[in-house]
Each structure stands twice: as C-alpha cells, then as structure tokens.
Design a protein around this ligand. Structure first.
Ligand SMILES: [Zn+2]
Ligand SMILES: [Zn+2]
Length: 103
C-alpha cells in the first residue's frame, strides 16, 4: 500500500472533545459539522446541535456539563470545558480505552 500526502491512515472517535469558542456558534456540539441552522441547547443556551439526533447523542455527557454551564455567567475557556468533559467522560465510561476502540 502506498500512502500519499493527505491519505487517511487511521480514524478514531475522540475520547472527549469540545468545539472551540470561535466556532461554537456555527458547529454542532456532537457531530462537529458546520452549519448556520443549528439549535441552541435549551438548558445552558451555550452550545448548538444539528437536530434532535445529535442532541440525544450528546446528552449522556452534556447532561452534567449543561447543569454546570447554566451556573456560570460566561462560557468557560476551551481548556476548562475540555477538562470538564474529560472528567465527565471518565465518570460516564470509566472503562473506555482509545486503544480498545482501534485494536
Ligand atoms: Zn450534529
Ligand atoms: Zn446545555
């Protein structure tokens, strides 16, 4: 097999992710696709989704995050939100391993 520049050699879902503050208004918080027609989370009103499927898909993680984000006056920085998501992901799926997903 010959790999060329730009060839996909591996794909994996991230353990945790956040949308950068710069793109949070026009990218879905679950599938990360960009769109100008996203709906805000009714709880925290900070993040957006393509639709109900993505909102439901993210709810397991966002449920806890949403409660916390509702209590803070401003959107926390990307690093803080990622750290929070890492903790929530660890609590929700403590046995998840990136390597077990790809091997
Ligand atoms: Zn989506
Ligand atoms: Zn929310």
């Amino acid at each position: 097999m010959v790999w060329k520049k730009g060839s996909v050699i591996m794909e994996a879902k991230p353990y945790a992710h956040v949308i950068c503050q710069k793109f949070i208004g026009n990218h879905c918080n679950f599938c990360m696709k960009g769109s100008e027609h996203l709906k805000k989370c009714g709880g925290c009103k900070s993040i957006r989704y393509c639709g109900l499927t993505c909102q439901k898909g993210d709810w397991k993680i966002h449920k806890t995050e949403c409660e916390i984000m509702k209590r803070v006056p401003n959107l926390p920085t990307d690093s803080i939100r990622l750290y929070l998501r890492l903790i929530i992901c660890h609590l929700v799926r403590p046995t998840f391993s990136f390597y077990s997903e790809i091997l």
